[in-house]
Design a binder for this molecule. Structure first.
Ligand code: THG
Length: 369
């Protein structure tokens, strides 16, 4: 069966790197924040082993920035997240669950303080721009909310430090995890952070000004041939193995940060002003009855998980799988799923009703081995 084509239009935005991505032999895209996101350049096994061995350059421009600027900027950002932003100083990146008034997960962006009174919210796939504008209007805040011309380019893999040191200078090696520096490129500077949607290590360059995008891409490839640099993309196998969550897949507005294993980012006493705080306090007092877990699924390679797969224990509902992939490194299927409390302990044997049939599985504690 050949895959259906994706019809592009202005509504489905290209990125400033799309021409380079296409020249590099892109095989498949998905849509994220109304924008193209590459998902495959070679076979799943080749993309996966290359990422874990060498270094890849990823067009993650679809991680759009929502810029909140002005006297009430901090107040507006704190309205959306239960993580206290009191310690979010210039140069830091915070992983921040965003919640609605029920404590439901709106998004799970990385938030950066890029200037006094100016924040970039590096969003997952939901329309945070509209939420921020609505809250700002409704509360009469003194802020400007926009989507600036900023497109992240990720450099991920064990050789990311070497590649970035050649392209941006040795000082990249001193950037701490989830910290950023502004580094020079041609006649400008970019925010360069040690972050990214893999556990292989690496950086994200927030390319400010689309006109620089191809030059940055080319600069990385110009110095990296012996490091075997190639175009890549967020790797679903690696991210499931690593337990990195995907909003819209593993969690939705129906789920709370506690259910998503993000309770450590909920500061019930230090996030005053967050619109979900009261609901989250009630949930914390009650306790949560299900939580995202990692799972191993037995048998041969599973198909993609495009709808929740029921999980059962002794024929009774125990939750559902939200993401699954065959790991060519581990040689079994890895998965994430929302599992009910009686069954969430690592080691619990379950049955997964995958789209192609029932398979035995096990709840596991990371890391997979
Ligand atoms: N980088 C940037 N923007 C993003 C993503 C990114 N926006 C969309 C999406 N990814 C947001 N979701 C995540 C999910 C996980 C992480 C980052 C963004 C992540 N988590 C680490 C972890 O869970 O171990 C570290 C969290 C921490 O210690 O604070 O990296 O990837 N710019």
């Amino acid at each position: 069966m050949s895959a259906p084509l994706l019809s592009c239009s202005r509504r489905l935005r290209r990125t400033p790197f799309s021409a380079r991505v296409e020249a590099a032999g892109i095989r498949a895209y998905t849509v994220y924040n109304h924008m193209l996101l590459p998902t495959s350049f070679d076979t799943p096994a080749s993309d996966y082993f290359h990422l874990k061995t060498h270094v890849q350059v990823w067009d993650v421009a679809c991680e759009r920035q929502v810029q909140v600027k002005g006297r009430d900027a901090l107040k507006l950002v704190q309205m959306m997240t239960p993580r206290s932003l009191a310690k979010l100083d210039y140069g830091r990146c915070f992983y921040t669950p965003f919640v609605d008034e029920n404590g439901g997960m709106i998004n799970d962006p990385v938030t950066l303080k890029v200037d006094e009174g100016c924040y970039w919210i590096s969003i997952a796939d939901s329309d945070v721009l509209l939420l921020a504008k609505g809250l700002a209007c409704g509360a009469g805040l003194n802020v400007e909310v926009c989507e600036p011309d900023v497109s992240p380019l990720a450099v991920q893999g064990p050789k990311a430090d070497d590649l970035m040191a050649r392209a941006f200078g040795e000082q990249v090696r001193d950037i701490g995890f989830f910290r950023f520096e502004r580094l020079a490129f041609e006649d400008t500077t970019f925010v360069v952070a040690r972050s990214g949607y893999s556990k292989q290590g690496g950086f994200e360059i927030y390319v400010e000004g689309s006109e620089y995008a191809e030059a940055v891409w080319d600069a990385l490839f110009a110095v990296g041939a012996d490091l075997k640099v190639r175009a890549g993309c967020p790797n679903s196998i690696e991210r499931i193995e690593s337990g990195l969550l995907s909003h819209g897949n593993d969690m939705t507005i129906e789920d709370t940060p506690f259910e998503c294993g993000l309770g450590k980012y909920v500061h019930l006493d230090k996030a005053e002003g967050c619109i979900g705080l009261e609901a989250l306090r009630r949930q914390a007092a009650r306790g949560h009855a299900r939580e995202i877990c990692s799972l191993r699924i037995d048998g041969d390679a599973v198909p993609g998980c495009t709808e929740p797969w029921p999980v059962e224990v002794a024929g009774e509902p125990a939750g559902y799988v939200t993401s699954a992939a065959w790991s060519p490194g581990l040689e079994f299927n890895v998965a994430l799923g929302m599992i009910n409390k009686p069954h969430w302990a690592p080691g619990t044997a379950v049955e997964v009703i995958a789209i192609d049939g029932k398979r035995p599985g096990t709840v596991v504690a990371l890391p997979f081995e």
